[in-house]
Design a binder for this molecule. Structure first.
Ligand code: ZN
Length: 158
């Protein structure tokens, strides 16, 4: 973890908070090129778009496929407030993106939801490397995981 990594995770948390304020799921992600420049960012838009697949990790993969060479994709890093779901892990791998840095893991989110008496996700919370074994994953990263726990708890009204 570098200061660059910390700054990009900070932006993911901001994006997650923006999504929460809109009534969307509190998730945010940024795509960063090999030179450390932020190329694209998005947040969850499930409620705003009426599309349960409107996950930021998925739209970043689609943006990368449309705008970056295969080499640039492989050298890019995705920072995200919460670990990719299996759909997003598959998109990330199909598009050939590089490293992932996660604030909180899917396993953490699943355990928080259970603790708060919320229903389980309809999709099994498999790790990114269960879906895409070649992807380097860094995290969860304290204290960003604790901050995401608080944001999810507030979003769930718990
Ligand atoms: Zn997803």
């Amino acid at each position: 973890m570098t200061d660059f990594d910390t700054a990009h995770l900070e932006r993911c948390v901001e994006l997650a908070e923006e999504a929460k304020r809109r009534g969307d799921g509190p998730f945010g992600s940024v795509l960063v090129g090999a030179d450390g420049v932020r190329l694209h960012e998005d947040s969850n838009r499930e409620a705003s778009d009426g599309d349960p697949t409107a996950h930021p990790e998925f739209t970043l993969a689609q943006w990368a496929a449309a705008n970056l060479s295969p080499e640039a994709r492989a050298a890019a890093t995705v920072y995200t407030s919460g670990e990719h779901c299996p759909m997003c892990s598959a998109a990330h791998a199909w598009v050939g993106l590089g490293r992932v840095v996660i604030a909180a893991s899917g396993a953490q989110l699943a355990s928080w939801r259970q603790e708060w008496g919320l229903p389980a996700s309809p999709v099994r919370p498999l790790s990114i490397t269960d879906i895409a074994p070649g992807i380097e994953v860094v995290g969860p990263v304290p204290p960003f995981d604790d901050r995401m726990r608080s944001i999810h708890q507030a979003a769930a009204g718990r």
